[in-house]
Design a protein. Structure first.
Lengths: 153, 501, 174
């Protein structure tokens, strides 16, 4: 036993060899390939289109709340996983333990639900103004949409 | 299959009986969250429910007075008179926080749309403090501390539309994360040294085996980082002026008394139990000198920095740093007299600090400012409120006939007759108290002896309820100053801590 | 063999260090975040090396997965176009940080230099078995039942806090 590496060490050796293999490939290709950069080559590839503006867009804060809630339930599930592996052996007591744990957290879920953070309301899109002269739509297409709510109201 | 399962289930059943106050608080926490979802009108119902819940919890805590000192939940949780004393303190502070919140314009309808969660988080914080006072395992200590910390971050940032409040919350989180990180690192070192997380087992191991002293000292210093942040002592105090100023004032009041008391409860238990004095009086490592240094710097920095503050909340923040120093003096004596003095002082500090902050709230409700210079002429305009504030400040300074005087007196006498170092510390404590007189009395000076700029003299007294509460706290401050024996006796009887079984 | 483990550990340790230094040094916040991912993964690897497979998985799922997403969201939320704005000058705060880091480094070195007789835990389990989810589960519902249940309250508090603080703005009816 003393001579062996740890169980996961073997996995690591496997991984390490894999990583080295890839790195080796990249390094070799870097060494032998020709190096002639020019502007066209260096621009970001966007399906053949000319890239315009920054790739940075400001996210809606809604995503953030969802991510936060996700983390909390992620942690919850991680606590339940070891419990689930032992549940069958222990039985009723384990069930009681998990019911208390889940009971408390279910209230959290209901709370979110009630506060409307699980309902995904599509925000009103903020369409940037187009130069209207060039792309003006035919009036016949646009009119009913705007006019309808007014007439009904 | 754990073969000792029936035994464990038996133990858990037994432990549940010793956990009733905490269960009641948890149930209250869940109930308030549910009410917040269900009710439309929350401003009156939820605080009332919280208060009733606190009273019920107080009843269960009272029943714990005659429980045997024992560890429960497989050695995670202790019930002893020491913990019970602090539980009463936290309930009192929590109830006062609820009461003073109801009167605060800052958290009123105009500024905060939904107040339901506020009370829920407040209750969770009280629960965390309960756990802090009775944690006997480093894991539980960390969890309880996090429960309190996370609640305080939320409460500090509750006024989201105010940049100051958000900024305070962010600063608090960053300092809090660093110090709990340090604390966990220290705990992991202690675990590495002893192989135990239970503080009684650690004590046993340290007294039975040779432990590397330097490592233990370093570990204890790191742990002290976490505790010191909670009690707000130098050099872990950086957050407190900003947080005290930015947080809603009721939250500031609760943080300054509740968090501090909980930090002290945990600190006293940890250092008295885990690293106890040997029968020869020798410590496994010298935490007393270290505490002496922290106490000294806290007293000096807190009191001298407070002189330059013109914002009352900021000034009280520095004064609370100084008070952490005084309290540490009681801790470092490391005998029952000192601990008793700390407990008495914490109770006194709760009454007078909540009182002072309450009056600050009442004044801010009327004049919309926390600045000392705007307090001019208030003695005529709000006579009762001004009188109450004066009494609280007298008490914070430590002058008779108030409860603050008795508290300081008990701490300084505990230091006497124990050697020149302690004597020097006591003298410095008295001298810095004299310094505190200077900045505390800036407020009454402005209120009584200076006219307001516009010369307004129209009275603007608060509601009858507010006056009654302020008067009640004022009476407590003076009453406990004159008839301090019951409280002192309660503290004396509560010093009994479960030490080594 | 000891040496193989040692080589693996050194490799992963180096990755952790590269990750953390890269996080602090890179100017672009997204690059910073990606270096942090490297750090998290390498740390997970070290846990594996210590035969704590469950903890390693948790590390990868929670940190490299969930928390990283949160970091990236925040970066996108803040819209940090101007990298210059993040540049800081050397000041007292940084000096203090370096001092604190130095103290911690000395401390770690000191502890590494010690020959501590580690207290032995009486257990019949091999290290690999201890790291198994099953055994962690068993501990969770027996010896650590109390902290386990308290964690549920802590998580509920976190849910409430997340919603209270991240709610976009105040609207009277929610």
């Amino acid at each position: 036993m003393g001579q062996e590496i740890s169980e996961f060490g073997k996995v690591f050796l496997f991984l390490a060899v894999g990583v080295i293999f890839v790195v080796l490939g990249f390094v070799t290709s870097r060494l032998i390939r020709p190096h002639r950069p020019y502007t066209e080559k260096l621009t970001t590839y966007e399906c053949g289109e000319e890239p315009k503006g920054s790739a940075w867009v400001q996210f809606n804060i809604r995503f953030y709340v969802v991510a936060l809630i996700f983390i909390i339930f992620d942690v919850e599930v991680l606590f339940l996983y070891p419990w689930a592996t032992i549940f069958k052996q222990v039985g009723g007591y384990a069930l009681a333990v998990a019911l208390v744990f889940l009971g408390v957290l279910t209230l959290g879920l209901i709370y979110e639900w009630k506060k409307g953070y699980i309902n995904w309301v599509v925000p009103t899109p903020n369409i940037p103004k187009m130069p209207t002269k060039k792309f003006e739509k035919p009036k016949s297409l646009e009119k009913p949409k705007v006019a309808e709510p007014e007439t009904t109201a | 299959m754990p073969n000792n399962l029936p035994e464990i289930i038996e133990q858990v059943k037994l432990s549940l009986g010793a956990f009733v106050p905490e269960i009641s608080l948890s149930a209250l926490f869940l109930l308030v969250i549910t009410l917040d979802m269900v009710l439309n009108e929350k401003r009156v119902v939820i605080p009332m429910v919280s208060l009733v819940g606190f009273v019920i919890t107080g009843f269960f805590t009272w029943q714990q007075l005659d429980m045997p000192n024992q560890e429960y939940f497989l050695r995670m949780h202790v019930v002893d008179p020491f913990a019970v004393f602090f539980k009463f303190l936290f309930l009192g502070a929590g109830a006062l926080a609820v009461l003073i919140t109801m009167d605060s314009e800052e958290l009123g309808e105009k500024n905060v749309a939904n107040i339901g969660e506020y009370y829920a988080v407040l209750i969770a914080m009280v629960l965390g403090m309960f756990l802090m006072a009775s944690a006997s395992d480093m894991l539980m200590m960390f969890l309880a501390l996090e429960l309190v910390s996370i609640s305080s971050y939320i409460l500090t940032g509750y006024l989201k539309h105010q940049i100051k409040s958000s900024e305070a919350s962010l600063k608090y989180i960053i300092y809090g994360a660093v110090s709990s990180g340090l604390m966990v690192y220290g705990m992991s070192l202690i675990y590495g040294l002893t192989g135990q997380t239970n503080i009684y087992e650690i004590a046993k191991f340290i007294s039975a085996n040779e432990v590397d002293e330097v490592t233990l000292t370093l570990a204890a210093l790191l742990v002290m980082g976490g505790f010191g942040y909670k009690i707000g002592a130098v050099p872990f105090h950086f957050w407190s002026p900003d947080v005290y100023e930015g947080a809603p004032t009721p939250v500031t009041a609760f943080l300054s008394v509740g968090s501090k008391a909980a930090g002290f409860a945990m600190l006293i238990r940890f250092f008295k139990v885990a690293i106890p004095a040997e029968p020869t009086g020798e410590l496994a490592f010298d935490w007393v000198n270290f505490f002496a240094l922290i106490a000294l710097v806290s007293m000096l920095l807190g009191n001298f920095a407070a002189i330059w503050q013109s914002n009352v909340k900021r000034m009280l923040a520095y004064s609370s740093i100084a008070h952490a120093g005084y309290l540490l003096l009681g801790v470092l004596v490391a005998d029952d007299l000192g601990t008793q003095a700390v407990m008495f002082y914490l109770a006194a500090y709760t009454v007078m600090t909540v009182g002072a902050f309450y009056v600050v709230i009442l004044i801010a409700n009327k004049i919309g400012s926390d600045d000392v210079n705007d307090y001019r002429g208030l003695g005529k305009r709000m006579p009762l409120t001004a009188a109450a504030l004066t009494v609280f400040l007298v008490s914070l300074t430590g002058l008779p006939p108030t409860v603050g005087f008795i508290g300081k007196y008990m701490i300084f006498t505990a230091l006497l007759g124990k050697g020149t170092v302690f004597l020097t510390l006591a003298i410095i404590g008295v001298l810095t108290s004299a310094v505190s007189l200077y900045y505390y009395f800036k407020i009454p000076l402005n209120m009584y002896l200076r006219e307001s700029e516009d010369g307004a003299e129209t009275p603007m007294e608060s509601s009858a309820f507010a006056n009654a509460l302020a008067a009640f706290l004022m009476i407590l401050t003076i009453g406990f100053g004159l008839f301090f024996t019951p409280l002192a006796n309660f503290a004396k009887n509560s010093v009994i801590m479960l030490v080594m079984n | 063999m000891e040496t193989v483990s040692f080589i693996l550990f050194s490799f992963l340790g180096a990755l952790v260090m590269v990750g953390s230094i890269g996080t602090v040094w890179s100017r672009n916040p997204v690059t910073s975040a990606l270096f942090l991912v490297l750090n998290f993964f390498a740390l997970g690897g070290i846990y594996l090396l210590l035969e704590a497979q469950f903890i390693a998985v948790v590390q990868v799922i929670v940190y490299a997965g969930a928390i990283m997403v949160l970091f990236l969201f925040t970066i996108m939320l803040l819209n940090l176009d101007d990298e210059q704005a993040l540049k800081e000058k050397f000041d007292l705060q940084k000096g203090f940080g370096i001092l604190l880091g130095g103290v911690l480094l000395v401390e770690v070195l000191y502890i590494l230099g010690l020959k501590i007789n580690l207290p032995q835990k009486s257990t019949t389990l091999t290290p690999v078995e201890i790291g198994e989810a099953k055994n962690i589960g068993r501990e969770l519902i027996t010896n650590f039942l109390f902290p386990f249940e308290i964690v549920s309250i802590l998580l509920l508090l976190a849910v409430v806090g997340a919603i209270v603080l991240a709610k976009k703005n105040f609207s009277p009816n929610t």
